[in-house]
Design a protein around this ligand. Sequence first.
Ligand SMILES: NC(=O)c1ccc[n+]([C@@H]2O[C@H](COP(=O)([O-])OP(=O)(O)OC[C@H]3O[C@@H](n4cnc5c(N)ncnc54)[C@H](O)[C@@H]3O)[C@@H](O)[C@H]2O)c1
Length: 252
Amino acid sequence: MNAHLPLEHRLALITGATGAIGAATAALLAERGARIVAVDRPGTDFAALEAALGAALVAVEADVTDERSVQAYVAAALAVTGRIDVFFNNAGIGGPVARIADYPIAEFRKVMAVNVEGVFLGLKHVLPVMQAQESGSIVNAASASGVTGSPGMWGYNASKHAVVGLTRVAATEAAPHGVRVNCIAPGPIRSPMMGRLDDAIGSEEAKRARGIPARRYGLASEVAGVVAFLASDDSTYVNGAVHAIDGGLTAI
Ligand SMILES: NC(=O)c1ccc[n+]([C@@H]2O[C@H](COP(=O)([O-])OP(=O)(O)OC[C@H]3O[C@@H](n4cnc5c(N)ncnc54)[C@H](O)[C@@H]3O)[C@@H](O)[C@H]2O)c1
């Protein structure tokens, strides 16, 4: 007899799904029984994810900053089982690292568009679906940069603080309807995004300067594990919270 899978019969919608954290989370949620609707930018190559997930995957190209595209990815998710049980609102970009005098407003706006407007639009179109179902779990991707100051990351830091705010507002609106909205706050995770940041700061110095008590970067699989917990019925009274996944970074 098959062991019970905690996310069996659940539909999980993931934005930024081909990125380091999105792909690791898609794989783990699928392993635990979920069908996955994977959203990423137009022109994205989903081949690796398709090879890993097979029939469990539906791939959707959409720009999370465009409301019509968001409506389209929500419709594509609903077309699979008529429900959205889990929403990992994860797409994000890092933006430049620079002193404020050198930080272009156009780059600031670009980061806010993806990281804040993209998350807002995802909430705007997924929350009503979950509220009508009277169930569902949303996990927004914030960051340790959403609870502390990261030098030079003006847009990113502001955007991730905003994600914490959006999470808290959404949780208060959603909770009476049996829907949960949490966010995760990963510290530096081994990923292309972190690689680009390290290049901007200077890799070895960056690692030393970050002073992570665990003395290493996190793994995308370690983020996926927390998202899977928040997606599951093991966390039914966990709502509106910011979950650090940072090797102790924000404990100091
Ligand atoms: N990597 C880290 O160290 C780290 C730490 C804390 C938080 N985070 C957050 O976790 C999330 C995932 O990060 P990651 O490390 O997997 O990054 P990544 O760059 O590997 O993945 C991000 C994904 O988002 C997609 N994306 C970007 N803009 C988009 C848009 N407009 N529409 C649709 N998709 C878009 C990209 O194509 C990419 O696949 C981000 O929100 C990031 O800010 C990452």
